[in-house]
Design a protein around this ligand. Structure first.
Ligand SMILES: Cc1cc2nc3c(=O)[nH]c(=O)nc-3n(C[C@H](O)[C@H](O)[C@H](O)COP(=O)(O)O)c2cc1C
Length: 371
């Protein structure tokens, strides 16, 4: 593993980024001494990002993350397994004994106390909070820092006002800015990373908040978009959809097949609340919808069918699928981002991290030469 402070990386950082951003990136490197720049994390995709993916991404010099698990026995087993896989990776400070991964927690309605015991036991380097009110994020942040003071708290939000509120109320160690191209749940009224990241950067700066690193998420599929995110003001990137193509992702083969077949992410995916409503009462607050592969339930919604009728047709299709061919995506919610059209093959997570990092470096290096 190349050291994060290699001469090339120092040159790269200093030639393209502002001193403020360099100091934020340096802080992230201090928090995660195994990390290489540009900083790349896999999204903590619930059910998809498990110990195998998290360990491979961390081992490749990224931030590997485990998705939200609300069963504490399963989470404990996942964390034990990750600890075993990463037993030789160094964290800091040495006596903190951190587990070099992030763990995703969905804050809405979650019970903080049930997680604290495991956080105290395993001390993940990062806890990633998402989907919640600012007061919930603040409550989680206080409790996490209480039981594991060296764990860093990253908060994913999807709007400028949510970013400001989270920054002021929680003082997170990083803010993850989720743009509307993102796969999975997100702010229904969100904008893309290309406007969200610079607007949040400006809004924080106007409020004298300069020391929180911004991490971009949503539509980032390769080195080109990683370099672009860095230019917009990010100190690192998160990819979800790209890692649906990782060998280590825990994904049913039919799901994988559908995302590999998808072409033109703008047409083949869409944001809607129907992907939750098709299963029954939607537990997600109105501010959130989600991006999935377009399916029959979405088409039914467009035709004006009621929630009741959409569900009735879905359950009929599920029944029919036992004996005849019904496309898998028409009987499922297949969360995927607008970048899915660029997902072309299954590969090892290490290969994804190394390729994205290397192309991003080239792009940034060239930008510093030619602009
Ligand atoms: C299959 C899938 C599952 C996801 N699950 C979660 C989750 O459990 N918690 C969360 O905070 N975000 C989740 N997300 C959203 C990601 O955190 C991230 O914002 C998104 O993947 C970034 O956009 P991209 O998919 O275009 O890379 C999920 C995304 C996908 C594609």
């Amino acid at each position: 593993m190349t050291n994060a402070s290699s001469p090339f990386q120092k040159l790269l950082l200093s030639s393209v980024l502002s001193p403020r951003r360099m100091s934020n990136i340096r802080r992230l490197i201090q928090d995660m001494p195994w990390i290489q720049t540009p900083i790349i994390a896999n999204a903590p995709m619930s059910g998809v990002a498990t110990s195998e993916l998290a360990a491979s991404v961390t081992r490749a010099g990224g931030l590997g993350q485990i998705g939200f698990i609300d069963d504490m026995r399963i989470l404990d087993r996942q964390l034990e397994r990750t600890k075993h896989l990463l037993r030789d990776i160094k964290t800091t400070p040495k006596d903190a004994d951190l587990l070099p991964i992030g763990v995703g927690i969905i804050a809405i309605g979650g019970s903080v106390s049930s997680f604290l015991h495991l956080l105290e036991k395993h001390k993940p380097a990062v806890i990633w909070l998402s989907f919640g009110e600012t007061t919930e994020f603040a409550h989680w942040t206080r409790n996490i820092r209480n039981v594991s003071p060296h764990t860093k708290v990253w908060i994913q939000i999807g709007s400028v006002s949510a970013a400001l509120q989270a920054a002021q109320a929680c003082h997170p160690d990083a803010l993850v800015l989720q743009g509307s191209d993102a796969g999975g749940h997100g702010h229904a009224l969100g904008s893309s990373v290309i406007t969200l990241v610079p607007e949040v950067a400006d809004a924080l700066h106007d409020n004298d908040i300069n020391e929180i690193p911004l991490i971009a998420a949503g539509g980032i599929m390769d080195g080109r978009s990683t370099a672009a995110a860095m230019m917009l003001g990010a100190s690192g990137v998160v990819m979800g959809t790209r890692f649906l193509g990782a060998e280590e992702a825990n994904l049913p083969s039919d799901y994988r097949q559908e995302v590999l077949l998808a072409f033109d992410g703008g047409e083949s995916t869409v944001r809607s609340r129907v992907f939750d409503e098709m299963w029954g009462p939607n537990p997600w607050p109105e501010v959130y919808d989600g991006r999935c592969l377009r399916n029959a339930c979405y088409e039914d919604l467009q035709k004006g069918l009621s929630g009741h009728d959409i569900r009735a047709r879905l359950y009929l299709n599920l029944y029919k699928a036992q004996t005849e061919h019904i496309p898998f995506k028409d009987t499922s919610s297949l969360w995927a981002g607008a970048g899915v059209g660029m997902l072309k093959r299954i590969e090892k997570a290490r290969g994804i991290v190394e390729e994205v990092r290397s192309v991003a470096k080239q792009k940034l290096e060239h930008a510093s030469v030619y602009i």
